[in-house]
Design a protein around this ligand. Structure first.
Ligand SMILES: Cc1cc2nc3c(=O)[nH]c(=O)nc-3n(C[C@H](O)[C@H](O)[C@H](O)COP(=O)(O)O)c2cc1C
Length: 184
């Protein structure tokens, strides 16, 4: 098979990617929620997660105001909501009120947790790096929580639960429940 030059947007070949909801504490007691599929674990010691945040977002302003966030893993059933949350800005809309998001207090950070998340990372900003129009925030993980009965030490049981993998635009993918074991 021959390689040909890819004419699409460069990152499309690195998708689909797990989408999380980044919740931040904003000025005047407001809380904001933004979906982000450009996220990844970075290190184990200490545990860190990187999220690329476009600097024009309200989330960017909120992270500058209060350097903590909760990283909320949504169920695939919430895919419409996830998409909508990424189609408007907290600069224009109070998304928590508009989308009737239920928030609950977190354990170790001031930023709340989304009640309907299936897993949550409570984090604080450890580092950041500007790249083009975005800033890569490195979040130190302070606490990890998951709903009981849907995950084991290897992660989610995709026979019981699924997560939205962002393809492009309105396209999302599901994880196939069947496990494939690589040969030793
Ligand atoms: C599925 C999905 C994934 C997204 N991933 C990112 C991302 O990783 N980084 C980013 O800056 N914006 C991402 N966006 C766009 C932001 O969510 C969008 O600009 C949002 O309106 C910003 O909200 P805010 O201004 O309230 O912070 C994504 C949008 C969607 C729908």
């Amino acid at each position: 098979m021959q390689f040909i030059e890819y004419k699409g947007v460069f990152y499309r070949l690195l998708h689909p990617r797990p989408t999380i909801l980044l919740i931040t504490q904003c000025p005047n007691g407001k809380v904001n929620v933004m979906p982000a599929s450009w996220n990844m674990p970075i290190s184990e010691e200490p545990p860190t997660i990187g999220v690329a945040v476009y600097r024009e977002t309200y989330t960017y302003q909120c992270l500058n105001y209060h350097p903590e966030a909760t990283i909320n893993v949504p169920n695939i059933d919430s895919v419409d909501l996830v998409y909508k949350l990424g189609s408007v800005s907290g600069k224009d809309v109070d998304k928590v009120r508009e989308f009737r998001l239920e928030l609950v207090p977190s354990d170790v950070v001031k930023v709340p947790t989304w009640k309907d998340a299936i897993a949550v990372y409570e984090t604080r900003v450890m580092n950041r790096l500007d790249a083009g129009e975005s800033t890569l925030f490195v979040f130190e993980v302070l606490k990890v929580k998951v709903r009981s009965g849907i995950a084991d030490e290897w992660g989610f049981d995709f026979g019981k639960v699924n997560i939205p993998l962002h393809g492009a635009g309105r396209v999302f993918h599901k994880v196939e429940a069947r496990k494939l074991f690589a040969r030793r």
